[in-house]
Design a protein around this ligand. Structure first.
Ligand SMILES: [Mg+2]
Length: 309
């Protein structure tokens, strides 16, 4: 099986280059012209029964919530605000109207919280249930944040705590729309993405897009309680969990040292959400690990994170 990033690269080269747009394939959302002051953001994400959740084990409200939330997270990663959604469902025979109604109820509730209204969609028959949601948002032109803007010497920051999301948080996470809006309003954020495939893998993507390398301070990785508890049961290494588990949906971003210092100075984190500096961007390429900022001895990790295929 070909890896997702390789496949995206191939499709990207095959399709004609879009004209008149700010950013096409290869970021959290496409960036299109809207008006004098704003860009239009477009993103689509699909969840499939048996791959992203289990229909038989998950409440329909949470499935609907997740289908929207993962898209809101992508709009946030661009520094934008979501506004409208299109919802395409593949519905297996035998799925009740009551289930579908509860699905939309979960979606509607989250949409209300983040000013996002469903304005259309499509229904089709399918062997397995799936939901494909497209979200449109907008961003002020001077607040747009892409993945490719990290500068040498930038601090690398992350919101929230990482790891163990598959124990439940992948269904209940809060998309960091407010935190992203606050960040781009008050600071110069040079590069940003949301964490969907695990910190190690996503950081690699962010730094490659920016043509930079990174030093990661292992002592600073914010490990979630779930990841710590998992290790208490002897199942996993919590640090490995924080670095490699997917679906954290936190923000990974870079800013100058000075801006980072001010971001970290907030007593309340970022609007109540924890924020940490986990490393810095370097010239060149590759991700190096070291114990903390001062101890520059590099070391290897005893596991592989992002080589899924
Ligand atoms: Mg994303």
């Amino acid at each position: 099986m070909i890896s997702e990033s390789l496949l995206i690269g191939k499709i990207r080269r095959f399709l004609p280059a879009a004209q008149g747009i700010r950013k096409g394939i290869g970021d959290d959302a496409a960036v299109l012209p809207l008006d004098k002051k704003h860009y239009l953001l477009l993103t689509v994400d699909t969840i499939v029964d048996g791959v992203d959740f289990r229909l038989t084990e998950t409440s329909p409200e949470l499935v609907g919530r997740k289908a929207l939330a993962i898209n809101l997270s992508d709009i946030a990663a661009m520094g934008g605000e979501p506004c409208h959604a299109l919802v395409a469902l593949g519905i297996p025979a035998g799925l009740s109207y009551a289930w579908i109604r509860r699905f939309y109820s979960g979606m509607r509730k989250l949409g209300k919280e983040f000013n996002t209204v469903v304005v259309g969609g499509d229904l089709s028959r399918s062997k397995q249930f799936f939901a494909s949601v497209t979200v449109a948002g907008k961003v002020k032109k001077d607040k747009l944040v892409l993945r490719d803007g990290a500068k040498t010497g930038d601090s690398i920051l992350v919101t929230g705590r990482l790891g163990g999301s598959l124990a439940g948080r992948h269904l209940t996470f809060t998309p960091r729309v407010r935190e992203a809006a606050y960040l781009v309003k008050h600071f110069k954020i040079n590069a940003m993405m949301d964490l969907s495939d695990g910190l190690m893998r996503d950081l690699d993507v962010l730094m490659r897009e920016s043509k930079k390398g990174a030093r990661v301070f292992m002592d600073s990785i914010p490990v979630s309680q779930t990841a710590l508890r998992g290790s208490g049961q002897g199942k996993t290494n919590p640090l490995k969990s924080a670095l490699c588990d997917g679906e954290d949906f936190e923000l990974l971003f870079t800013a100058s040292r000075a801006d980072a210092k001010n971001i970290l100075a907030g007593r309340d984190g970022l609007l109540g959400t924890p924020v940490r500096c986990i490393g810095k961007a370097t010239a060149g390429q590759g991700i190096m690990f070291q114990k903390n900022e001062k101890d520059r001895e590099k070391f290897k990790l005893p596991w592989k994170g992002y080589e899924h295929f």
